[in-house]
Design a protein around this ligand. Structure first.
Ligand code: FAD
Length: 457
């Protein structure tokens, strides 16, 4: 069976390797570098930079751990950017190596569907090649949205793509949008010394998460002197000399050296040839069924181009499901337990339903909550801001969870498993958790659902 994949992000490249491991003859077409948005201008470079700002925070706090560092702390922006580039390069090579070993053929160029079984690839040298396949997987990802009111020029008004390649640390930055990308960049630049303002039209950052969760992060932003302008909209925005000036709907204005527009992303479907084949698109996204198949038999779509959360792990999972169906298995995608992670300090993580969603759906629920400060391990490592919140339904099933605090993104997995398997509070809470660890907090929060938490009053 011949399978062709267009797009080498975490959706496409994982699908390609999986297909090859299942015995298919696989070709992947990528117009830039494998790894896609996630590896080149998304998940990995942002986390590499956030690791630098976290290290800087730790160094600044070293005195409270009994370590005196004399002299000035030289946080070198250029070196941080170089470190980030090195990590990305290494991982890109890693995927290419995997392709080699697993037998995936990589073709560099822009892919366009010309029939149900053919893709025309336009290469950099101007040549064209037609790839034939029995099944095709579309995984062309997304690009940043920049509303026309923002005078985007890639220098003063930028998106996350350019923020990851700045040559100098800006003195001031206005971030439009307090979602995950805005919050992560905001904290990175602020820790390095940039004056950061975040304008968010909702009344909290991370609008998807519950208020108590967002508040905890906002507290940390306030402490760091990030100027938070929630519940405000930008009405007009101009470049005035060296500054970018934004007028808000409360009559005030904010100015900065650089404006980072992080208001969301949109599927990238340009020149893909989907219209000619009659592939169904709704509100800019390709329509697929539970098997990730489009309305055209044998053509699948995955990742940021379909109607699911814009997340790398979702794209990869969809890729796995698509490939298995393409190769004759019967797999359905299940979105019940998608982990949501924000790599700020404190980290924020959630899975399943939020309180807000439970209320909207009219589902009765119980809450268990535990503050990190009650844990010996949290005190020992000196990171104890935040809490764990468990949401359980009437049958005592864990239907959602949120964590704000140290290592929240790693701690979430146990609760993701609980939501995924439909486990009850008692089943998960009964598990012996090692002492002293942060994971004990999960157990305490689970016990709290039934008012049985030993370490809280
Ligand atoms: P992409 O990763 O966008 O890959 C699509 C690929 O297709 C690209 O390489 C592109 O060059 C190629 N392509 C497009 N059209 C064609 C064509 N016609 N021919 C050939 N090639 C083509 N998600 C997380 O889960 N965790 C995070 O921490 C996280 N952080 C992020 C931080 C930032 C700043 C950004 C922007 C995103 C972040 N995301 C994160 C989101 C994540 O990057 C995306 O959800 C994920 O990359 C989507 O994967 P994909 O395979 O669908 O598409």
């Amino acid at each position: 069976m011949k399978i062709a994949v267009i797009g080498g992000g975490p959706g496409g490249y994982v699908a390609a390797i999986k297909a090859s491991m299942m015995g298919a003859d696989v070709t992947l077409i990528e117009k830039r570098k494998v790894g896609g948005t996630c590896l080149n201008v998304g998940c990995i470079p942002t986390k590499a930079l956030l690791a630098c700002s976290e290290m800087l925070m730790n160094v600044r706090e070293s005195k409270s751990y009994g370590i005196n560092i004399d002299g000035t702390i030289d946080a070198n922006f250029e070196s941080m950017m170089n470190r980030k580039d090195k990590i990305v390069d290494q991982l890109v090579k890693g995927i290419e190596f995997l392709f080699d070993k697993k037998g995936v053929k990589l073709v560099n160029g822009f892919g366009k569907l010309i029939s149900k079984n053919e893709i025309e690839v336009s290469k950099e040298d101007g040549s064209k090649e037609v790839i034939k396949a029995d099944k095709i997987i579309l995984a062309t990802g997304s690009v940043p949205i920049v509303p026309p009111m923002f005078p985007y020029d890639g220098e003063k008004v930028i998106t996350s793509d350019e923020a990851l390649n700045l040559k100098e640390l800006p003195k001031s930055m206005l971030i439009v949008g307090g979602g995950v990308i805005g919050c992560e960049f905001g904290q990175f630049f602020r820790t390095l010394g940039t004056e950061v303002s975040i304008v968010e039209m909702n009344d909290q950052v991370l609008p998807f998460e519950d208020k108590d969760v967002a508040k905890q992060l906002q507290r940390s932003f306030k402490k760091d002197k990030i100027k938070l302008l929630t519940g405000k909209k930008i009405q007009k925005c101009n470049i005035e000399g060296e500054k970018i000036v934004a007028n808000l709907d409360n009559g005030k204005s904010v100015e900065a050296d650089i404006m980072l527009v992080s208001v969301g992303r949109k599927p990238y479907l340009e020149n893909l040839g989907i219209e000619d084949l009659g592939i169904e698109v709704e509100r800019g996204k390709i329509v697929v069924d539970e098997k990730m198949q489009t309305n055209v038999e044998g053509i699948f779509a995955i990742g940021d181009i379909v109607n699911s959360p814009f997340l790398a792990h979702v794209a990869s999972k969809e890729g796995m499901v698509a490939v298995q169906n393409a190769l004759g298995k019967d797999k359905k995608i299940d979105y019940t337990a998608i982990p949501r992670c924000v790599y700020t300090e404190p980290e924020v993580a959630g899975v399943g339903l939020t309180e807000k969603q439970l209320q909207e759906k009219g589902i009765q629920y119980k809450i268990g909550k535990f503050e990190f400060r009650g844990l010996g391990k949290a005190q020992a490592i000196g990171k104890f801001q935040g809490f764990i919140k468990i949401l359980a339904d009437n049958e005592d099933k864990v239907v959602g969870a949120s964590i704000v605090g140290p290592h929240a993104t790693d701690l979430l997995t146990e609760l993701t498993l609980a939501v995924h398997l439909g486990l009850t509070v008692e089943q998960v809470g009964d598990v012996i958790h090692p002492h002293p660890t942060l994971s004990e907090g999960l157990m305490e929060a689970l016990h709290d659902v039934h008012g049985e938490c030993v370490h809280s009053v």
